[in-house]
Design a protein around this ligand. Structure first.
Ligand SMILES: Cc1ncc(COP(=O)(O)O)c(C=O)c1O
Length: 382
């Protein structure tokens, strides 16, 4: 049996079509986009074409798109830039955000730049919007940073609703949309949002490149100082092939979105049903078995207490199955998941995140269920 990759929330396989789009920029079109000669101009034009593509897909203007080194840098730029530029003194986030957001805000709080509040979560890990309003009513002009789709448990927020609440209190709204970009349609004209972000490697593009959408009403200070690239917002020679690959990957993702959603959602439902049938005490962390309110790409499974749970990921790896026990960025390390910690998941249970992509098959799902069931000593019902 070939290896099975079910860690698509960590990263995805590069699409061959994306690679083909990138190759000329790695070979004959090697100019520096800041150079004014023809070699440079040719590459500049490739970047601007990519910017237009990304902008039109999310219904933004090209001047609102800034290319970055990935999701982390885009999150950092939005958070530090808005707090610095507007002199914000208070930020609201949730305990289940990605570290790209949490550690940035915690750093600013430790420096004394902001006071940080955490919005309450319900028992399934969803953000309590009534509490968000309560927090905003006492400190209206705040930064609100709430992720669209959680990378560990898959919980989704209602972006439009949160945007409306933020607008009502004149708050700045940043959403880490890394896990939904390329998987859900974003339309910034119909969402009251100041910043959203994308990372190409989460939708079959290259690693090390992403983008930040900054609503045209915001003129924030840069995060990386240097040359005048990205309209003075991000110094440094552009990752040209990455940018071209990102735009191509997003274009493909939008074109094939419905087809892939149906396929991937089918895989997730199949795994839920098969696991429930095979392992009576199986549970799902957060709201990840709720198809309406969680990412169709993520299923966070909670397996019954067992002496072998410490070895669960190792045993799956031995069985040629790649998946994750916690956040993508900490997979492989033994640091416990802050997301599962915030949900008070029992530590003695075996927690594993399967995340699906367009290249996964029904046969792979069946194989994984068979292996997991074998590890828990139970036989799947016919
Ligand atoms: C929700 C979320 N935000 C941010 C990031 C960081 O993105 P990048 O690795 O492109 O910096 C990730 C990556 O795992 C993520 O899942």
């Amino acid at each position: 049996m070939p290896k099975i990759y079910l860690d698509n929330a960590a990263t995805t396989r590069l699409d061959d079509e994306v690679l083909q789009a990138m190759l000329p920029l790695m070979t004959e079109n090697f100019g520096n986009p800041s150079s004014i000669h023809s070699h440079g101009r040719q590459v500049r034009s490739a970047i601007e074409k990519a910017r237009k593509t990304v902008a039109s897909l999310i219904n933004a203007s090209p001047s609102e798109i800034f290319f970055t080194s990935g999701g982390t840098e885009a999150d950092n730029t939005a958070i530090t830039g808005s707090i610095d530029t507007y002199g914000l003194k208070h930020a609201i986030t949730s305990p289940t955000e990605h570290h790209a957001v949490l550690h940035t805000l915690e750093y600013l709080a430790k420096q004394g730049t902001i006071e940080l509040s955490f919005v309450n979560l319900d028992e399934k890990g969803h953000v309590d919007l009534v509490h968000l309003e309560e927090l905003l009513s006492t400190k209206p002009r705040s930064l609100v940073s709430l992720m669209h789709g959680n990378n560990e448990i898959g919980n989704l927020i209602d972006l439009e609703k949160v945007g409306e609440i933020c607008k009502k209190y004149n708050a700045i709204f940043h959403s880490d949309t890394v896990q939904t970009m390329g998987h859900y349609k974003h339309d910034v004209q119909n969402t009251k949002i100041d910043f959203l972000v994308g990372a190409a490697h989460k939708f079959h593009g290259p690693k090390g490149v992403g983008f930040l959408y900054i609503n045209a009403d915001n003129k924030i200070h840069p995060f990386i100082h240097g040359g005048s690239q990205e309209r003075n917002m991000r110094g440094g020679t552009e990752n040209v092939y990455g940018i071209v690959g990102l735009a191509k990957a997003l274009e493909i993702a939008y074109k094939e979105m419905e087809q892939h959603k149906t396929h991937i959602e089918g895989l997730k439902s199949r795994m839920i049903e098969k696991l429930k049938a095979a392992i009576p005490d199986v549970r799902f962390n957060g709201d990840s078995d709720n198809l309406e309110r969680s990412l169709y790409t993520v299923l966070n499974v909670s397996l019954p207490p067992s002496e072998d749970n410490d070895m669960l990921l190792f045993n799956l790896d031995i069985a040629q199955i790649s998946c994750s026990g916690g956040s993508a960025c900490t997979s492989g390390s033994d640091v416990g998941s802050h997301v599962l910690g915030a949900l008070n998941v029992q530590p003695e249970r075996g927690n594993v995140r399967f995340s699906f992509g367009k290249y996964n098959t029904v046969e792979e799902i069946d194989k994984v269920v068979e292996v997991v069931t074998g590890l828990y000593g139970s036989v799947p019902k016919a």
